[in-house]
Design a protein around this ligand. Structure first.
Ligand code: ADP
Length: 545
């Protein structure tokens, strides 16, 4: 017997319809490529998303066709989120920090029909347009009078001219909630990029769950600043969560340096911000160098790579800003876990609480995690046993777009996604990532966590960033070394840093050497690129070998 309640498909258009009706005057503020601030409301956004849907109809873009974006965080990009997906096309967000050849590969693999880009990315479009035969129209996200002249790109229109010609009357269609909504490729640090194809159902469920108080805790009282790019796993779903709750949104555009981000936070009363640790490092450096404080910021969600405990301490102790350490993946929409205390932890001493908050945190309802050994046997949740981390849930990938199905079946035939991370889980369900599988350092048959060693180095006041890698060793198999970039004007010797490790980790885990570098190489999403670091250190030999 079926229940007798109304049934409506979970569609992305329902989020913008809700925001328009119930939070129509809530603001969306964007730093534009031109440098100025643009501000309007959900009501304006909804109206223009409908004009965009009509423009796609007028161009004969079929349902499920891909419409691509190559853009910073801003209001026009948010219109694409709702107008493209809501009208049953698929928004393909492309990372502009990839090489032109990778962008070409992705556009062709996705068979994009239209590509919308910020004018600052014109050189990429000029380099790739004649290699992308599926793209019928190139749309510059600008006013008609700002359209780049003599660009050499055929079928180039300005976004404003394109949608401005259309009516804002449009009825969002209803269709199967499992229909594809958006497409995001992994950054391809290992091999060709792979496409994660999200559905309306997975996106809406992720937004509902991730906005809960134990997760990102987003509400109509918030002003949300997604520093995490909209081309990186849908800015962790924040645009959807903002519409779902009616939160004010503040978009930083291309200005991601510490000063610009700080000024935007203060000027717009931002209460909650989300981004990867490298961005927050720039912000903290700016705030501490200029002896500033945060007047409205209450929480930052930090994830995408391990958040150094020193950063959590700095935000919390010096500035009274709560850090929510989150873990996720492109393949998981992206959120899998986030660190917030349980009721029973509220009376623990502060340092015990901090130990929990430094972990990648608890899974939240809708996604399940487990750790397994090499034979696939589940490992105990004792906070000590390591295992390959596996995930399963409503917003976890089943198979790659035009690609393989990576799932591993358990004894009941249920598929689990192998995350490629190695983790422990404690009895309270707090998951702690020790490494990516390929970064684990194996020394004398034991595993050493590169993340733990990096966190110790980054707690040193002279260190800006640290990356730990294993170097081949004839006796121990591998030994850790730590590559360190110093803060401007700071000095530190190899011996001083090795001394700093004493008492903070087991003696045999202390790195064998310190290599000082100008900067740690970063990948397209701001994460440390250890593959590049290994190449840079090709001729390196461990001391004494
Ligand atoms: P890519 O896999 O292409 O680098 P993703 O953004 O999907 O892009 O990266 C997901 C990976 O990032 C995770 O599998 C994990 O290794 C790492 N990661 C994400 N968040 C954290 C975190 N809080 N702590 C440690 N590692 C993290």
């Amino acid at each position: 017997m079926l229940g007798l309640m109304q049934s409506q498909p979970l569609l992305i258009s329902s989020l913008i319809q809700f925001a328009e009706r119930h939070h129509g005057d809530a603001e969306i503020v964007s730093r534009r490529v031109e440098g100025d601030l643009h501000r309007y409301t959900y009501r304006d956004l909804a109206r223009r998303a409908r004009q965009l849907a009509n423009a796609l109809d007028a161009d004969g873009v079929a349902s499920s066709d891909r419409v691509a974006s190559l853009a910073w965080n801003g209001y026009r990009h948010m219109e694409l989120y709702f107008g493209v997906s809501g009208s049953q096309r698929v928004l393909h967000t492309i990372n502009p920090r990839l090489h032109a050849e990778q962008v070409t590969w992705i556009v062709n693999h996705a068979e994009d029909q239209i590509l919308c880009f910020d004018t600052s990315f014109l050189p990429i479009i000029q380099a790739i347009h004649d290699k992308c035969p599926t793209v019928k129209k190139w749309v510059a996200l600008c006013d008609a009078d700002k359209l780049p002249a003599d660009s050499g790109i055929p079928n180039l229109v300005s976004y404003e001219a394109w949608i401005g010609a259309q009516s804002d009357v449009y009825v969002w269609p209803e269709f199967d909630e499992n229909t594809a909504s958006s497409l995001c490729y992994t950054s391809g640090t290992t091999g060709n990029p792979k496409g994660a194809l999200y559905s309306h159902r997975s996106t809406v469920l992720h937004a509902f769950a991730a906005a809960l108080p134990d997760v990102m805790s987003i509400s109509a009282r918030d002003a949300v600043l997604p520093v995490v790019p909209m081309f990186h796993v849908n800015a962790w779903g924040t645009p959807y969560m903002a519409a779902l709750t009616g939160a004010k949104v503040v978009f930083p555009g291309p200005a991601l340096d510490g000063k610009s981000v700080y000024e935007l936070i203060e000027a717009e009363g931002v209460t909650m911000a989300a981004g990867v640790p490298t961005v927050w490092q720039m912000l903290l450096n700016h705030v501490s160098a200029n002896q500033l404080k945060f007047n409205t910021l209450k929480r930052t969600i930090i994830g995408g790579s391990a958040c150094p405990p020193a950063m959590i301490d700095a935000f919390q102790d010096q500035y009274g800003v709560t850090v929510l350490h989150a873990w996720g993946m492109t393949e998981m929409s992206p959120l899998g876990s986030l660190s917030t205390l349980k009721n029973k932890h509220l009376h623990l001493p502060k340092d015990e609480q901090m130990k929990l908050l430094q972990k990648q945190g608890r899974a939240f309802c809708g996604v399940d995690l487990k750790i397994v050994d090499a034979e696939g046997r589940e490992q105990p949740w004792d906070g000590k046993s390591y295992g390959d981390l596996m995930a399963r849930g409503h917003w976890v990938l089943q198979s790659y777009f035009k690609g393989s199905n990576p799932l591993v079946a358990d004894e009941n035939g249920r598929g689990w996604f192998p995350t490629g991370d190695v983790a422990t889980i404690d009895p309270d369900g707090f998951m702690h990532i020790t490494d990516r599988t390929k970064d684990v350092i194996k020394s004398g048959g034991e595993w050493i966590s590169s993340i733990d060693l990096e966190n110790i180095a980054m707690a040193h006041p002279a260190v800006a960033m640290a990356a730990c890698i294993g170097m081949p060793h004839p006796k121990w198999d591998e030994r850790p070394i730590v590559a360190v970039a110093l803060k401007p004007g700071k000095q530190l010797t190899r011996e001083e840093l090795l001394q700093f490790y004493e008492g903070k980790t087991a003696k045999w885990q202390i790195p064998d050497d310190v290599v000082f570098v100008e900067a740690i190489p970063l990948g397209a999403t701001g994460k440390m690129l250890k593959t590049r670091l290994r190449e840079d250190l090709k001729g390196y030999r461990l001391p004494g070998l």
